[in-house]
Design a binder for this molecule. Sequence first.
Ligand SMILES: Cc1cc2nc3c(=O)[nH]c(=O)nc-3n(C[C@H](O)[C@H](O)[C@H](O)COP(=O)(O)O)c2cc1C
Length: 315
Amino acid sequence: MTDNMDRRATGDPDLSVEIGRIKLPNPVITCSGTFSHGEEHQPFYDISVLGAVTTKSYSLKPKKGNPGPRICETASGVLNSIGLQNDGIDIFLTSHLAWMQEKDARVILSIFGRDLEEFKKVALKVLDIKSEILALELNLSCPNIEQGGKAFCAMPEEVEKVVDGVASLLDIPVIAKLSPNHDNIVQSVQSAKRGGAEAVSIINTVIGMAVDIETERPMLGNITGGLSGPAIKPIALAKVFALSQENILPIIGMGGVFDHIDVLEFMMVGASVVGIGTANLIDYDAGIKIITGLKNYLKSKNIDSIKSFIGRLKI
Ligand SMILES: Cc1cc2nc3c(=O)[nH]c(=O)nc-3n(C[C@H](O)[C@H](O)[C@H](O)COP(=O)(O)O)c2cc1C
């Protein structure tokens, strides 16, 4: 039976979505760094049900990350300063990728670099296995060593250089992941488009800080960190909405998504795909619960296709 015939037989709504060349069976993906590759979650549900799994961000060489403490709770959010700790792209390619394939996960590989050259070197490593991944997501919130450590996405011209540098090496979809911490996000998305990006992921964490009055120290070893979770959902919705009004590139929305209602809110303001981040740290089966919630909601409202939610907001 085809997917359509399957759905008609069960009365299930069509959850499939597309962003450029990327086709997904449903709009629910995991956010980079919050799901590893899915090893901890697979005992709770079959991770192949997800629209896709975005890996943690990989650099050319292993990276130790920031000094601890690296994570702390705040009112309705989590503050982290992991510092992009990872094993290096070679370990992903020689071990984690095979595990993900064995589990039939659709893979979005997140990468980063200290400069354009490192981004290109990591991308070149992927050349031989490019048919095994759906897309490369570029984490452009990381520091650009050539620009005094300022984030790549603080400078739209750097966004274009990196996206173009990677996209022209590999014929696979490239997603630019941007931060809400700069006021030039529209220009950065335009630059990402000029560089050849297929879509943008909005938003990475919001810079924040927490203090312990007893120790008189910051809660994080790195002093500041990135805020995620429900506290940032309104910020993320506003960014996605503003960008969807500009209609530059398809949007993967994320920030504080905990249930299927949150997913539909992001789709209404213009996201085609939605990421679950911090929820994975709290609710190990958030992915399957959210997908089931979407299916049941659409069924209860007699809505055939989830695509009809994209940009449906009345203003
Ligand atoms: C513990 C933790 C680690 C993260 N690591 C990465 C990372 O390696 N690369 C990246 O692009 N974003 C990373 N993020 C940001 C998330 O992918 C996501 O953009 C952000 O947390 C907003 O979504 P949320 O509020 O649902 O968590 C991380 C977030 C958390 C909480």
